[in-house]
Structure formats: structure tokens, C-alpha cells
Design a protein. Structure first.
Length: 215
């Protein structure tokens, strides 16, 4: 599902990004382009690492903390991007780097064991994948009652919202969308991962995809 409704599911893996230029040229942000830093929480010796996560190169930090207050030392929280029955997605800004992220906050107690298992599956998938059109997971924080996923922010929201606003996509835009989706899905299939719920609501757009004049 989309970030708006997929609290605890892995359906919002797909993301699209390109430059807003006359010719439909892609502007890909890879993991190596994203800022790296050691957070205040990571620096605290009193904080324990969670599960299999570690801080070696190429690993997604998965950090155990006592409560969510520690996260507010790192991020300034902004607008709510979406809500579900047991969680929400919030735009957040790193206080040190000023990088913007989407933080998915899930109440594990309200979610129940089955939904928590789906959430853990989402985390494991996002930790294992690396593709230009699959949402990047920066790090995970976990308390006894909640889990926080710090994820790549897709500023333009759902592809369906853009289509509803615009009315239709040009041939070039459609071609680029299909090529990007095919690339991401092929990558997932090559890694024995099946999406199972492809639809416009589940495709997130990172940067401006749309030429307002359909050119």
C-alpha cells in the first residue's frame, strides 16, 4: 500500500524520481549520494544495538532505545504524511544535516503480533535491497512498544494523486514510468521478492515527475 495506508506493510517499496526538464531525463539518487552521519543516539554508549543490525559499512542501523524521546534529539518532526489504524508517517528533518526524511512510526502494541510480523518483513526487505527506484531505508529505531523507520522522503506523494491532478500522462511520461517500474520489479524478482500489490496508490514519487503542460 501507499505510505498513507500501508502502516506495517511492504507495498510502498517503489519510488520514482527524475529531473523536471523538457526531455524526460532521469535524476537518480543512489544510496552513496545520501548523507552519512553518526546520530546522537548512536553515539550514546548507553544505547544498545537491536537484533542483527550493526554499524558496519553497508548495513542499516537498527537501534534499540528506551523511548521515542531520544529520536527527537536527532530529528525535528513536521507535517503528517499519512495515518493508519496503528501508526503514521511523519516528515522529519535531521537537525545536524537538515536532510528531510519520512519516519514511519508504528505502535506494536496496537498493531498486534500478525501486523508486527508484516512490519518486520518490510524492514528485512528494505534492509536487503538497493535500487534506484526502491525506497531507501536509512535506519530503524525500536522501543519495547514502537518501531520507527527512517525512510527516503518521496516529496510528491502518490502517483495516483499526480494523475488525478493532471488528468493524464504524456506518452513520454508513461514510457518513463513503465521503464522505471519494470526495472524495480525485475530487480525484486531477481532477488526472490514479489510485490503482489502494484497500483498507482502504491507508487511514490520522489521528485517532480510531471511536466505541467504534458510535453
Amino acid at each position: 500500500m501507499s505510505q498513507t495506508s500501508s502502516i506495517g506493510s511492504a507495498e510502498s517499496l517503489i519510488s520514482l524520481e527524475r529531473k523536471k526538464e523538457k526531455n524526460i531525463n532521469r535524476d537518480i539518487t543512489s544510496r552513496k549520494d545520501l548523507p552519512s552521519r553518526t546520530s546522537n543516539v548512536e553515539r550514546k554508549a548507553s544505547q544498545q544495538q537491536w537484533g542483527r543490525g550493526n554499524f558496519t559499512e553497508g548495513k542499516v542501523p537498527h537501534i534499540r532505545i528506551e523511548n521515542g524521546a531520544a529520536i527527537q534529539e536527532i530529528y525535528t518532526f513536521g507535517r503528517i504524511l499519512g495515518k493508519g489504524s496503528f501508526g503514521m508517517v511523519i516528515e522529519a528533518t535531521d537537525k545536524e544535516t537538515e536532510t528531510k526524511w519520512a519516519i514511519k512510526k508504528v505502535n506494536k502494541v496496537k498493531a498486534g503480533s500478525s501486523a508486527v510480523k508484516l512490519l518486520e518483513r518490510e524492514v528485512n526487505i528494505l534492509k536487503s535491497v538497493k535500487h534506484e527506484h526502491i525506497i531507501h531505508l536509512e535506519q530503524v529505531f525500536e522501543t519495547p512498544k514502537k518501531m520507527y523507520l527512517v525512510m527516503e522522503l518521496c516529496e510528491d506523494g502518490e502517483l495516483k494523486e499526480i494523475l488525478d491532478r493532471k488528468g493524464h500522462f504524456s506518452e513520454n511520461e508513461t514510457r518513463w514510468i513503465i521503464q522505471s517500474l519494470a526495472s524495480a520489479i525485475a530487480y525484486l524478482h531477481n532477488n526472490d521478492i514479489v510485490h503482489r500489490d502494484l497500483k498507482l496508490e502504491n507508487i511514490m514519487v520522489k521528485s517532480s515527475l510531471i511536466d505541467d503542460n504534458n510535453e
